[in-house]
Design a protein around this ligand. Structure first.
Ligand code: ATP
Ligand code: MG
Length: 314
């Protein structure tokens, strides 16, 4: 197993009476895109600032790219790129001049600088527009340029804080496709925050759901969905008679049964599984065409998980 790109253990950060990050323990594998999902004020940006060593933890440990944050923050920042809330681009400079400026800041030698800028602008189709002032560009184009800016010095790890915020759906989708290509071409590890669940599903192989600074779910987007999905079977077919419904409702492993638009929907009790229920339905004389374990969208799953955490917190 390669060591993870990011590892935190019990990471906590207080601001006066607010606990912005609360006992966060997580790992992000090298070469993956990790999505950090949470509502406003849940501690996403604070976590990024902690991981970059821009804020000190109140308690807990952080290791990024093999460096302990207490001693290695400069080395971590040198090997990372970050797109935070403000893009930092200069509106009165052209795209080329912006990248040239930031490449100088990174002290990239002249010959290498020009090749790198060309390579990056070409990869997202903006090479022909390099001479235009950034102030005249659309938000989507500016945001693409802001992403390129984070990649100039060939970082291994990139933090993207809500990269598609404020973009229309078409511009956001275009940026996501560019991101996926850049991630593959550059072999990057990405730590991305978002409240857009479709975005997490498109981009991320692992997601963490955070609420009030606490990690409340963690896994592949599909696993999050399954964990939060109601324990429901949807059965298409015929012969779902009232007596079949009564029979189902009297079973220990069934919490409820109802026919909706000709489909039999069975809510399993805790611990209930599919095969005995299907066998019972067949045994009662129904014809089954299809059985589906109902999967909510990640959006629904997210709301379920966040809502449960809310109720648990009282
Ligand atoms: N410098 C600060 N001083 C005081 N409180 C802060 C500071 N930075 C963040 N906080 C508080 O910490 C909590 C988490 O904020 P943070 O910005 O990390 O959330 P977020 O998940 O990034 O939210 P958003 O989705 O709105 O960007 C909030 O309650 C916020 O008010
Ligand atoms: Mg934020």
């Amino acid at each position: 197993m390669p060591s993870p790109a990011i590892r935190t253990d019990g990471l906590t950060r207080d601001f006066a009476s607010i606990r912005a990050v609360d006992g966060l323990t997580l790992e992000v594998a090298e070469g993956t895109v990790f999505g950090f999902l949470g509502p406003n004020g849940s501690g996403k940006t604070t976590t990024i600032r902690l991981l970059l060593g821009l804020l000190a933890p109140t308690s807990g440990d952080i290791e990024v790219l093999g460096h302990d944050i207490r001693t290695g923050a400069p080395a971590i920042r040198a090997a990372s790129g970050a797109l935070m809330e403000h893009s930092g681009l200069y509106e009165r400079l052209s795209a080329w001049e912006n990248l040239e400026f930031f490449a100088r800041v990174w002290r990239i030698p002249k010959g290498e600088r020009e090749a790198r800028i060309k390579e990056l602008l070409e990869s997202i189709g903006l090479w022909d527009r390099r001479g235009e002032l950034v102030g005249t560009w659309s938000r989507g184009m500016k945001q693409k340029l802001a992403v390129l800016r984070t990649l100039l010095h060939r970082p291994r790890l990139v933090f993207l804080d809500e990269p598609t915020a404020g973009l229309d759906p078409i511009a956001a989708a275009a940026l996501r496709e560019d991101l996926l290509r850049l991630v593959a071409e550059e072999g990057l590890t990405v730590f991305l925050t978002t409240h857009n669940l479709a975005e997490a599903e498109r981009l991320c192989s692992q997601v963490g759901v955070v609420r009030r600074g606490r990690l409340i779910a963690h896994g592949h987007p599909d696993e999050i969905r399954v964990a939060a999905a109601g324990n429901r079977l949807e059965i298409a077919g015929r012969g779902f008679t009232p007596s079949l419904l009564d029979g189902l409702r009297s079973r220990q492993d069934v919490a409820g049964a109802v026919v909706v638009n000709g489909r039999l929907c069975v809510e399993l009790a805790t611990g209930g599984t599919t095969p005995p229920v299907v066998a019972f339905v067949v045994g009662a004389g129904a014809d089954i065409e299809e059985v589906r374990r109902a999967a909510d969208s990640l959006e629904d799953a997210f709301l379920n998980i966040v809502g449960e955490a809310e109720r648990d917190a009282g």
